[in-house]
Write a protein that binds this ligand. Structure first.
Ligand code: C2E
Ligand code: MG
Ligand code: MG
Length: 675
């Protein structure tokens, strides 16, 4: 049955009944009227007196019934309208109910299965409901979390931020707030979240709740952090890199500019001959050693200082908050002590020495990088002065560095323009003072400065690699010169030519090929060529050195160690090498008379040479007394100002072409030296 159908049926029945009753009244009225008329003829008019009121009564009843019927009809219409409205209303309610039911279900699903974590939270902070994603993030099931205060999951440091945002939303100042926040889950893991909070009003219960949405961005954050860490740290040692160091240096610089008291210093550190470790034990050991170094350097610093790896074996340090410079020196000394303990890497014991350059901040500095530059200059000086030491920067060093830079620039064009020439210093047999050979010594004919000593440009050439070209030219020129003197019969047949070979030249992979080419091209007899090598060139890679030297020896080329006694003086390797002579450094010869010690050194070198069947050449002989001493020690050969300074090719021929020479008297000798 349709809603309202009952009322409709009831009203219809009532209306029908009224019609029937009306009909019956009309019919009975007509019958009574007809009967009354008939009787009035028969029984007198007095009957009429009784009947008239009856008719009136009947008429009134009729009127009443008619009115009642009209009212009933109205009521029926009204009821019908009501029924219609009611039906419509009920239909509408049903429809809305269905929609609400559906959207509630949709909302519940959206909440429960949302990819982001969601929570319905009381304004007091109590959790009312959370979805699956959030319970997964928090590592607990919903029932464990419900009724807990959500702030229990917020990292202590973020609690204020959390509460502030809740207050803003609750006060209506903002409809929602979004911020990054860290939560701590059940496993005590910290998760970085984008947290969104908004307020919903529950009008039914006249209350409000927070809706939290939380999106886990921990992985993204970690990746970002890794990226930014990688950009500012050295991947091997995990120490700050140059970029971060410069950044901290800039901050220290700005602080010092503001308050002069905030003094600081920059240290530039470089391990001496670190390359040896890589060459001897491989890069893996070298890398592990660098990691160890980083750890030790860190242990020498205070918390306010920074140590960075600039690259290779170069490190830098920023020493801050220093009240006096002694503090820096103390730190430097501590570093040197710490580094002097051997490192054990892969079972190998490695001993290192360290050179350090120091630059202290002063108000004259205009840019922070200049401190690093000056510390580097001081380091360079420390290296030049013999390594394993520290040097403090002063302005003179800067001037020196600038002039070195100038030399480098000029040297490059000197190589292009061939501005070099050779001098030859005679080497004599000390027993009969006969000419035995020459040492070729390079000079630089500088267009403005005139003749430049090799001491001033060979180290720069060595550092820049220009020595390779210069050295090749020297070897070719010296060999060519000896061949032409030989062809012209200027000196005896057995005269040899000594040529200095720099460590870089010697370790060049095509060194043997280059020597071969020059020997062939100049026509020099290999037996007349003697190469002077330094101890450094050999010690840096003794196996390689031995290999190269053996090949040279097989060709008949003589080999000598120059400046013997000043380098490592590690006598252990000498017997392995195919040497023909040792050259005693002039510092020992010069000081022979000064103390017993030098004499003893020379004696030891001579004894060693004899035991290995090597010839001895003493350089730097300036007096007859020195010759006598050397002769007593059975030293065979000598060179020095006493006999002759390095001479041009023309002067050599002039003074020595007949293989005899007049030796200077003691007085003329002094004049020569003074000159
Ligand atoms: P060195 O090979 O030890 O050469 C000997 C140096 O001692 C020469 O200095 C020579 O002039 C100097 N000398 C010789 N006798 C005396 C003396 O009685 N008293 C004093 N005070 N000095 C004396 P020079 O020519 O200035 O060369 C210096 C250094 O430069 C050489 O030392 C050598 O190491 C290097 N050098 C020179 N020419 C070349 C070259 O062509 N190639 C390479 N790699 N190095 C070279
Ligand atoms: Mg030499
Ligand atoms: Mg020498």
């Amino acid at each position: 049955m349709q809603p309202g159908q009952f009322y409709f049926d009831q009203d219809t029945k009532m209306f029908t009944k009224e019609q029937i009753w009306q009909g019956l009244i009309y019919i009975s009225g007509t019958i009574i009227f007809s009967l009354t008329l008939a009787f009035s003829y028969t029984y007198s008019s007095s009957i009429l007196l009784i009947c008239i009121p009856l008719f009136v009564f009947g008429f009134l009843v009729h009127k009443l019934l008619k009115r009642t019927a009209a009212i009933s009809r109205d009521r029926l219409d009204q009821t019908n309208r009501h029924v219609e409205e009611l039906t419509h209303y009920i239909d509408e309610q049903k429809r809305v109910g269905k929609i609400l039911e559906k959207s509630e279900e949709q909302f519940r699903n959206a909440f429960d299965y949302a990819a982001v974590g969601m929570a319905l939270v009381c304004t007091s902070g109590e959790v009312l409901k959370i979805n699956r994603a959030l319970s997964k993030l928090l590592g607990s099931i919903e029932s464990e979390i419900i009724t807990n205060n959500f702030s229990d999951y917020i990292l202590n440091g973020d609690i204020n931020l959390f509460n502030q945002n809740l207050a803003i939303v609750l006060s209506g100042e903002a409809k929602y707030r979004q911020t990054e926040i860290t939560i701590v889950n059940r496993d005590q893991r910290q998760l970085c979240m984008i947290w969104n909070v908004s307020l919903v009003n529950d009008e039914l219960n006249n209350s409000s709740h927070f809706i939290f949405q939380l999106q886990d961005i921990t992985d993204r954050k970690e990746a970002e952090e890794q990226l930014s860490h990688g950009a500012l740290h050295d991947s091997l040692t995990n120490l700050p890199n140059r970029a971060l160091f410069l950044d901290r240096l800039e901050l220290a610089f700005k602080r010092a500019k503001r308050h002069f008291k905030d003094n600081f210093a920059v240290l530039y550190l470089d391990f001496d001959r670190f390359k040896l470790v890589n060459d001897s034990y491989g890069h893996l050991v070298g890398d592990k050693l660098l990691v160890e170094i980083g750890t030790r350097l860190n242990s020498c610093l205070r918390s306010c200082d920074t140590v960075a790896r600039l690259g290779g074996d170069e490190f830098s340090m920023l020493v801050e908050d220093i009240s006096n410079f002694d503090q820096v020196i103390k730190i430097v000394t501590r570093i040197q002590e710490e580094m002097s303990t051997p490192f054990i890497v892969e079972g190998k014991e490695l001993t290192l020495t360290l050179s350090i350059g120091i630059a202290e901040w002063s108000k004259e500095y205009t840019q922070p990088e200049f401190l690093l530059r000056d510390a580097d200059t001081a380091l360079y000086q420390a290296k030049r002065l013999g390594r394993n030491r520290y040097e403090i920067f002063d302005v003179k060093m800067h001037e020196q560095a600038q002039s070195l830079l100038q030399i480098e620039t000029d040297l490059r064009s000197a190589v292009k323009n061939n501005e070099f020439l050779l001098n030859y210093q005679p080497i004599l047999d000390l027993s009969d003072k006969s000419l035995s050979g020459f040492e070729a010594l390079v000079r630089w004919q500088h267009p403005e400065k005139g003749l430049v000593s090799p001491m001033d440009f060979i180290p720069v050439a060595e550092e820049t690699g220009l020595i390779l070209e210069i050295g090749e030219w020297v070897l070719r020129e010296a060999c060519g010169q000896l061949t032409s003197w030989r062809n012209e019969n200027k000196f005896g047949e057995d005269i040899w030519m000594s040529v200095n070979v720099s460590p870089k030249q010697f370790s060049q992979s095509n060194f043997i090929e280059m020597v071969d080419d020059i020997v062939i091209q100049t026509g020099i007899s290999p037996e007349c060529l003697k190469l002077e090598l330094t101890e450094t060139a050999m010690i840096e890679n003794i196996d390689y050195a031995q290999g190269v030297m053996n090949q040279l020896f097989e060709r008949g080329i003589m080999l000598s160690i120059d400046d013997f006694g000043t380098g490592y003086s590690s006598l252990s390797y000498i017997h392995k090498l195919p040497l023909s002579s040792l050259k005693i450094d002039r510092s020992f010869v010069n000081q022979m008379g000064a103390g017993k010690e030098n004499l003893e050194i020379i004696k030891t070198i001579v004894a060693l040479a004899k035991s290995l069947n090597l010839k001895i050449i003493a350089e730097g002989i300036e007096t007859k007394g020195q010759i006598d001493e050397l002769l007593k020690l059975a030293c065979e050969f000598g060179q020095g100002y006493y006999f002759a300074k390095p001479l041009s090719k023309e002067d050599v021929v002039k003074q020595f072409s007949d293989s005899t020479c007049e030796f200077p008297t003691e007085t003329s000798e002094l004049k020569t030296i003074a000159a």
